[in-house]
Design a binder for this molecule. Structure first.
Ligand code: NAD
Ligand code: 89Y
Length: 344
């Protein structure tokens, strides 16, 4: 009901926040009552679209004026630490977009700040929550293909991400930090924590500053080897953006998540093929519908965890391990050496 619904604010009314605001409208137990963006035009346009009247161009002013249970931080990475620390100071639960931080120091400081406030911190690490990927994770965790020994998590596309998110073309780092982070996280969800990683990177598109291709080899603590590869320089048909494709070998069988959201499981001479296409929510549009559905799922998970007093699967503390993989991958690509996660 209205009285028991948590009251939240969203900071950063940009490209991706529009999805988050649509998804909040679908979620029971939470509502967005205030918006903040330092750009007054984006703030006003978003406030009008979603009918939210309390607006702020300054986050500190918002925290001072509003009684909030939680805050959804949808800004780019540079502002995450000050905003998360402000939110913790105001006693709010926090969801923060990926990449959570540019350095491990910033990430650890944010985890500590929200922990000290006794509140819940979740990173909006949504790819492992995509319904097709989730189905694959659950199938592997159920033991259907036996103990996995090999995995490949692949994301290869030529989709123009730069027009919607121009900053992606400008940073010194690009694909591992922006997109590789998600598929490294899927590999962790499937195969557990990682002991060491080796990576190569390349820039193919001359119009961008960072790397748009990365190929990573992970040795997981439990004994699985996974290959995690991503590219925004791959011109092929069908264009699979934004699908993550999977190939997993287990002692009793194999699983594939193929292009077109086809889940193929082969065990004991039998094959099952399941269409795991995500629904297109009323406010969603192809090809983003896959990601858009996962936004609703992860935000619902956040609310459910606060209600139940449990830690989100993609908590801030959990995300430190995904961020460490990102840092280790860049270090490996730079030095040409295999990097142990214990040193990050
Ligand atoms: P954007 O630049 O379009 O929007 C960010 C907004 O935040 C801007 O309007 C900016 O004015 C505002 N902002 C920045 N610092 C602020 C501050 N200190 N106070 C108030 N407002 C501030 O960026 P975007 O493309 O929407 O991306 C935002 C984040 O979402 C990025 O970290 C990106 O990696 C992430 N993202 C995630 C997914 C996903 O699937 N999880 C997809 C796309 C983008
Ligand atoms: O920012 C990225 C993300 O998180 O998902 C896809 C994306 O929008 C472009 O790579």
């Amino acid at each position: 009901s209205e009285e028991t619904s948590m009251k939240g604010a969203l900071i950063g009314c940009g490209f991706f926040a529009q999805n988050q605001l649509h998804a909040w409208r679908d979620i029971d137990g939470a509502e967005i009552v205030a918006l903040c963006d330092r750009d007054p035009e984006r703030l006003a346009a978003t406030a009008e679209t979603f009918g939210i009247t309390r607006t702020y161009t300054d986050a500190a002013a918002m925290f001072a004026a509003e009684e909030l249970d939680f805050v959804d931080i949808a800004t780019t990475v540079q502002s995450h630490r000050p905003l998360v620390e402000m939110a913790a100071g105001a006693g709010c639960h926090v969801i923060c977009q990926k990449p959570f931080a540019e350095t491990m120091d910033d990430a650890r400081a944010m985890v500590a700040a929200v922990e000290a406030a006794g509140r819940t911190l979740m990173v909006h690490e949504n790819f492992r929550w995509q319904s097709a990927v989730r189905k694959a994770i659950e199938t592997v965790r159920s033991g259907a293909i036996g103990t996995p020994f090999f995995g490949r998590v692949a994301f290869r596309s030529g989709y123009d991400v730069y027009s919607g998110q121009p900053y992606l073309a400008e940073g010194e780092r690009f694909i591992i930090e922006d997109l590789g982070i998600h598929i490294l996280d899927i590999s962790r969800a499937l195969f557990g924590d990682v002991e060491r990683i080796a990576a190569t990177t390349k820039r193919v598109n001359p119009k961008i500053r960072g790397e748009d291709v990365a190929t990573m080899l992970l040795a997981h603590e439990g004994g699985v080897t996974s290959v995690v590869d991503c590219s925004y320089a791959t011109r092929r048909t069908p264009e699979t953006f934004p699908q993550s494709l999977l190939e997993i070998d287990g002692a009793e069988g194999t699983l594939r998540l193929d292009a077109g959201y086809s889940l193929v499981v082969q065990t004991g001479g039998n094959e099952t093929v399941t269409d795991v296409s995500p629904p297109i929510l009323p406010w969603a549009e192809r090809p983003w519908h896959n990601i858009q559905e996962s936004v609703r799922i992860i935000q619902q998970h956040f609310v459910a965890c606060i209600d139940a007093g449990t830690q989100p699967e993609t908590s801030g503390a959990d995300n430190l391990k995904t961020l460490a993989l990102v840092q280790a991958a860049y270090r490996s690509a730079e030095t040409g050496e295999t990097v142990r996660l214990s040193g990050i």
